[in-house]
Ligand binder design. Sequence first.
Ligand code: SF4
Ligand code: SF4
Length: 327
Amino acid sequence: MKISVGHGLADAEKRLEERGVSRRDFMKFCGMVAATMGMGPAYATEVAAALTADNRPSVIWLHNAECTGCSEAILRIADPYIDTLILDVISLEYQETIMAAAGEMAEKALHDAMKKPYLLVVEGGIPTKDKGIYGMVGGVTMIEMVKSAITSPNCKGTIAYGTCAAYGGVQAAKPNPTDAKGVKALFPKSLVINVPGCPPNPVNMIGTVVAAIATVTKGAPLPELDGDLRPKVFFGETVHDKCERLPFFEKDQFAPSFDSPEAKKGWCLYKLGCKGPSTYNNCPTKKFNPLDKGVGVSWPVQAGHPCIGCSEPNFWDKMSPFYEMEK
Ligand code: SF4
Ligand code: SF4
């Protein structure tokens, strides 16, 4: 495959090679991203071009009220190269979980990163009660940190990564003691794309970042979003629509318990609480821990656990009790 994208690709390849990631691995990664985005293998070239464009924005990644499981989902991905690839090629300038800097050095890193164009990634819900005092970093409330980053003219768009950043998540579950909110609820005028999940599938996040970078560098259209601001390419169908247990659902064959022979034979988990019919996500087709062509090893329902609706707004309140049938 011949790629002509200026110096960016050569520089990226050199950096990755120094970390033990070959050009072949990089193109394999780009092919996986293309497949995740529902595109053919030829689109891998476009992905490579977007990720290595000289004028691509950097990424600033802010953490709020959360468990950091969304970051962990990327960092613990099965393929040992993917975390290196993601963290290197997207020009991650500021990420509190993995950066070496701390204290005033970290504050300076954020200040410096905001001097040039960037994509903002927000992870975690934002506590708003009592002027946000229940969520502070270095004496600054999370509201103020996100506000200064999202309203800067250098911010080219924001991705709310994970259900907490998108809709408030577990922090916003009743009684929501800190009045936690998602990004769009707090900053309704800002351009925000939601990539929900608890945690999200990292490949959905990578695909969204690539699409956003292509928009900034080449003017490509943003992915089409649904009413909850999720890219339809990843969240356009319900979990139920593509579930391998669907034929059993259609024949009224429901597993009576998790340890039953019927559950092991693949019968439907609906009567054990599965919320797949009300949940939009691509878990059955993309699965988790991607191998070649972007399809992972397994997913919760395949492993015998019902979907709990983690990519839906307010799922902690709306979808619980998790092990009872939907009413
Ligand atoms: S296990 Fe869940 S998602 Fe799968 S067919 Fe049954 S209800 Fe639908
Ligand atoms: S199967 Fe349901 S609960 Fe599990 S990760 Fe997918 S959307 Fe979330």
